[in-house]
Ligand binder design. Sequence first.
Ligand code: PA5
Length: 319
Amino acid sequence: MILDIYLRWYELALRATNFEVYGSPRKDLFQNLILSGMGGSGIVCDMIYSVLYSSSEIPVTIVKDFQIPRWTSKNSLLCAISYSGNTLETLNTVSKALEVGAEVCIVTSGGKLLELARVRGLPHVVVDSGLIPRAAFPQLLIATLKLLSTYRINLCSDLKSLTNILRDVESVSKTSKELAEFLKNSLPVIISNTRFYPLAMRFKDEFNENSKMMAKVEVIPEWAHNDIVGWELPLGVVKSLVIWDDDLVIEFLIDYLRGRGVDLQVLKLLGDDLLSKMLYGSYIAGLTSVYLAELRGVRAEETKSIDMYKEFLKRRVNH
Ligand code: PA5
């Protein structure tokens, strides 16, 4: 059951802090970083991007597609994350990056990516197999942080301390059950500022995949330049989850939505920094989505439509 995996996040994260980085990373100073991955693996790219946005001296970009940017070169570092190691979009970006001589490093549990990493001697970290991609999130995140640190891209100086944010599973469960109850018959609209956009997306993705629900994400301040007008006549079915940050526009947003009679909850995140807050928030997102699945009578672990899409791709794309 996927719930059992979420309930073990602290233990899984702690294990990941001891994962080995295989291979020998090139010592060059890269001119840019490309993070490639889809779905439950790709969200790690978004979180890392958000942290690096204010600290990285080199440009960072995310690819969630088959193609890499035209400017990718031998001076680029492409970090590919795929839990299964068989996601065609991600595999394609890796092949293209290798073709132009970029440095490629990999986080996976197996599949074709692991095979490739071993055959080509690419720097890589292997996470535990037998999990479900989105529920393997803390391992994928920590493995990627470890891998990037071998290229002197440092996002976290103490991975063990980072995992502490996952320790209090009882309180996370309680918050998540309450949130599931609040959102159960609604179309959730998750709103955050740009820093927390990956977390808002994580909530949406978890509601989509585990709870089989539609959900929408809005980001401030952009929200205030278009979506805000839609809330002048909000749909009855909409409820809003606002991810709190110390931000003037969030204050405006909450007042504005309340003034329109929108049913909303504000989520305050524990953690000392952006990364730990997003990890904590992801835990709430995961458990809430599983409790929502229970309330809705659906199986959280099953994602038949994604399987259908992957089967279609396999038949139609030669790789
Ligand atoms: O959580 C999931 O199951 C999906 O979102 C997958 O992560 C997505 O389909 C990509 O697969 P993978 O993570 O194996 O690359």
